[in-house]
Design a protein around this ligand. Sequence first.
Ligand SMILES: Cc1cc2nc3c(=O)[nH]c(=O)nc-3n(C[C@H](O)[C@H](O)[C@H](O)COP(=O)(O)OP(=O)(O)OC[C@H]3O[C@@H](n4cnc5c(N)ncnc54)[C@H](O)[C@@H]3O)c2cc1C
Length: 401
Amino acid sequence: MSFDADVIVVGGGLAGLSAGITANREGVSTLVLERGEYSGAKNVSGGRIYVHALRNLVNIDDAPLEKPIVRETYEISCGSRKLNFSFYDPETRNSYSVLRAKFDPWLAKKAEEEGVLISYETLVYNAERDVNGITLKTNRGDLRAKLVIEADGVTAGISRYLGIRSLSPDSLMLGVKEVVKPDNVPEEGEAKVLVGYLNGLLGGGFMYVNQDSLSIGATVKVNSLQEEKILARDVVEDLRAKLKVEGEVLEYSAHLIPYYGFNKLPPLSAPNVLVTGDAAGLLINDGFVIRGMDLAIGSGMVAGKASKVILNQGDPSKTEVYEKMLAESFVLRDMRTASRAFQLMNNERLFKTYPELLCNVLARMFTVEGERKTLMNVMVEETKSRGLTLTQMIRDLMKVV
Ligand SMILES: Cc1cc2nc3c(=O)[nH]c(=O)nc-3n(C[C@H](O)[C@H](O)[C@H](O)COP(=O)(O)OP(=O)(O)OC[C@H]3O[C@@H](n4cnc5c(N)ncnc54)[C@H](O)[C@@H]3O)c2cc1C
C-alpha cells in the first residue's frame, strides 16, 4: 500500500503549521493541506498572541506582530457607569496584538523555507480509516497517510468523518470581531477585557490596539445568542457604539470558538489520528485571558514530535503516546489549571448581577447626600436586594480566583 506522505496535516493554521514544521524537523515525510488560497485566508482571531510557545518554534524577530501589550485593562460597565482598572507593564512583553491575515502567511513562509510542503486550495471533505492508515478525500483526489494530524479548527471535520466525535452547540462560543481604523490609535499596545457590555449575554468583550487599527469584538455562548435572538453582527456593532469608537470598518468576521474545558475535552487521539488546536477543544477563556493560539502552537509542536515516536514504534494506529506527551506539556497543564473557570461562562450572575452590584455600591460610596452608610452596610443592602447570599458570592469568587 503506497502513501503520499507518512504524516498528512489537515489545516494550515497555527496548529497545522507548527505540527508541519516540527514533524519535518524530526525527519518525518510531511504534507500540510490547507483549504484557503494561503494560510490565514480563513482565519479569524481577536487577536492577542502569547508568544512563549511561538518563541520555541521559530525566531520571531521579524514576525509581523502588531504591538507588544503593555497595558492590561479590565473594564466593567453597567449602563452609563463604568469601573475600570489597568495594569501597566512595559517590561514583560509576553503577548502581542496580532492580525492573522498577516501573521499566518509569515509562519507558512517560514515553514516552506524549512522544506515543509503545503498544498493550498486543498479541501478535505471526508476521511476513511483502514488497517494501514487513513485515506483523505480531497478536491484534488484521494491522499493517503500512515498518520493524520488534525488541525482543521473548531468544527473538527476529520474527527467527525471518522466517527470519533460529534459537535454540540453547548461546547461552542461565537467570536465576532471588527477591525476598525479610527483617526487616532493609542501609541502603546493595550488589551481590554470588557465585562457587562453585552446586554446580559453570556460572554465578554475585548479590544486590542494594533499598529494602525483596533480589534474590537466579543465571545458569546452560542445558546445564549439563540435564546436572546440577537444577531452576531449586532453584538459587535452595539459594543463599538458603547465604546464610542468611530472609524472605517476594515474587516468584520464571525467564527466559532471551542468551549470544552479540561474535564470535557473531546478525544485528543484515535488510531492513526492526532488532534490539535481548536479541533481538540484546546482553548482557555477564564475571564482574564483568551488563549487558543499558543495552545494551538503548543499542541501542534507536540503532535509533530509524537508523530516521529509513533512511526518509529512501527504501528501508527497506536497513538496513546501523543496524549501522554500532551499531558506533560504546558498545553494540558494550563487547561487543567483553568478547568474551574469554565463554569464561569454559564453563570449569569457574573455578566449581569455582579457588574450592576459593583457599580451601585461604588455610586453610593461616591455620592454624598447627608445620610452616609458604611461600605459594609451598602454591600449588604445591595446584595440582599438582589436575592444574593454571601455564600453564593464567595463560591462565585472562588471560581474566579
Ligand atoms: C473572534 C475570536 C477571537 C479570538 N481571540 C483570541 C486571542 O485574542 N488570543 C488567542 O490566543 N486566541 C484567540 N482566539 C482563538 C484562536 O483564534 C484559535 O484558538 C486558534 O486560531 C486555533 O488555531 P488552529 O490552528 O487550531 O485553528 P484555525 O486557526 O481555525 O486553523 C484551521 C485551519 O484549517 C483549515 N481547514 C479547516 N478545515 C479544512 C479542511 N477540511 N481541509 C483543509 N483545510 C482546512 C482552515 O482554513 C484554517 O487555516 C480567538 C478566536 C476568535 C474566533
